[in-house]
Design a protein around this ligand. Structure first.
Ligand code: NDP
Ligand code: 2IT
Length: 445
């Protein structure tokens, strides 16, 4: 095993002592890459890992805004421009009270490899704020987004860095941010993706992460077990953008989503969750998940339970990092789960991931399984550049092909390196090799 990789990880821990999520993501990636560094001594000579693990640039700034009572408020703003070897920085903005530099560096690091896996020319970045959108009025959200963009606009650009949505950032927030960018920069360009359809957005971007997740897992089920979603019971955590459209595609393919959650608890509906009610509650009313019981009184709400104790064939964690712990993994395995697909970024802890791999549960890691969102963002940029937009069916077909290709690339890579069915390793290695090649070609920068 590569001593170089081990020594870099030790150094990383010493140099970033307060960044547990960043260290967690790096630990997983580096454990997959040892084999690559053993085979490519020129990578070590070029200090490639040291450079790969240090963001090219981190911007931190103040976001002052005025609440509805006239009181000034201040939040922290960040943009991590991690790696531009493959293209301009690309990655979402997250608005959640938990946001800090560690979380954004882990997300940025994952994004580099994810974006590489898409096969499209996009580098890796991530940003956000510790602003909590919950309970804020539309006007407060607008003032916050405008203030955030008033600083961010000078660091981003259609060929430099193109942010998009993530937790807490959907169509409403992208609209407010785009409006402010356009006003300051005086240019109507693809500086954000996930834009509304009336001002440069792409059809199917809203659905893309969830649909893409299900396309990839369907391909994995077909290739490895000669089966499909049809007739399967599925548990999906979260009830935001990714969870809703993953569930919609599962239903379309004949599966049955029986549980969904938010940070207040989870709902269980053995007849299959009615997604029209969920869309009303989450996308329109912005309410809590137990509202579902008002529409479907036979459903159950669990405030303090663990959603992973619900029996299912396929589990799709689509909420947030570290939401699927070892006990959840054990419960899923005991209940006969056959596949796990990560819609969220790093939802499964390192221990839980090892548990799934040891139990031979098919495990599709987030950087591969949720790449459909950013891939479709890149398709949005392509459409904007040519000032011509494709139909829903065209974008959806491209998305499906991209996800199927990602699955086969990570599957073939894991086999090539003697790690058959370890798609964590397959994704890390396949994603990294392209970035490494581009970094080597571009010299010491
Ligand atoms: P949304 O804001 O639309 O939804 C997030 C969901 O997760 C909500 O149900 C939320 O519940 C729940 N959640 C968030 N944080 C926590 C927490 N700390 N504890 C418990 N539940 C939580 O976000 P998205 O659906 O866009 O994102 C979900 C995941 O998918 C994230 O990991 C994101 O990084 C990843 N992702 C998103 C992509 C996209 O295109 N949007 C692309 C690729 C990955 P509540 O409302 O109660 O907070
Ligand atoms: O984690 C992710 O890939 C996203 N939040 C989507 C990023 C994007 O640029 O579309």
């Amino acid at each position: 095993m590569s001593k170089y990789v081990d020594s870099i990880l030790e150094k990383l821990k010493l140099q970033n002592p307060n960044e547990p999520e960043f260290i967690q993501a790096a630990t997983e990636i580096l454990s997959s890459l040892k084999i690559v560094f053993d085979k490519n001594p020129e990578y070590e000579k070029a200090s490639l890992l040291e450079r790969f693990l240090e963001p090219e640039r981190v911007i931190m700034f103040r976001i002052p805004w005025v609440d509805d009572n006239g009181k000034p408020q201040v939040n922290k703003g960040y943009r991590v421009q991690f790696n531009s070897a493959l293209g301009g920085y690309k990655g979402g903005l997250r608005l959640h009270p938990s946001v800090n530099l560690s979380i954004l560096k882990f997300l940025g690091l994952e994004q580099i490899l994810k974006n590489s896996l898409t096969g499209l020319p996009i580098g890796g970045g991530k940003g956000g704020s510790n602003f909590d959108p919950k309970g804020k009025s539309d006007n407060e959200i607008m003032r916050f987004c405008q203030s955030m963009m008033t600083e961010l606009y000078r660091h981003i650009g259609a060929d430099t860095d193109v942010p998009a949505g993530d937790i807490g950032v959907g169509a409403r927030e992208i609209g407010f941010m785009f409006g402010q960018y356009k006003r300051i920069a005086n240019e109507h360009v693809a500086v954000l993706t996930g834009r509304g359809l009336s001002y440069g957005g792409s059809l199917a971007r809203k659905q893309a992460t969830g649909f893409g997740l299900v396309y990839l897992v369907e391909e994995m089920l077909k290739t490895k077990l000669n089966t499909s979603f049809k007739g399967k019971n599925v548990v999906v955590s979260g009830s935001g953008n990714v969870a809703i459209y993953a569930s919609e595609k599962v239903h379309e393919l004949g599966g049955n989503v029986v549980a969904l959650s938010d940070s207040s608890g989870y709902i269980y509906d053995e007849k299959g969750i009615n997604l029209e009610h969920i869309k009303q509650i989450k996308e329109v009313d912005r309410k809590r998940i137990n509202e579902y019981l008002k529409y479907v009184p036979t459903a159950k709400f669990f405030e303090n339970g663990c959603i992973w104790t619900v029996k299912c064939d396929v589990a799709l964690p689509c909420a947030t990092q570290n939401e699927l712990l070892i006990d959840g993994a054990k419960a899923l395995i005991a209940n006969g789960v056959i596949a796990v697909g990560e819609g969220a970024n790093m939802p499964t802890t390192l221990e839980a991931t090892d548990e799934f791999l040891a139990a031979k549960v098919l495990f599709a890691p987030g950087k591969a399984a949720n790449a459909g969102g950013v891939a479709t963002s890149a398709l949005e940029m392509a459409q904007s550049s040519q000032r011509l937009f494709w139909s829903f069916e065209e974008v959806d077909a491209k998305l499906k092909t991209i996800m199927e290709n990602i699955f086969h690339n990570i599957d073939d890579t894991s086999t090539k390196f003697g790690l058959e069915n370890n798609f964590v390793a397959g994704a890390n290695i396949f994603g990294f090799e392209k970035v490494a090649e581009a970094m080597l070609a571009q010299g010491v920068v």
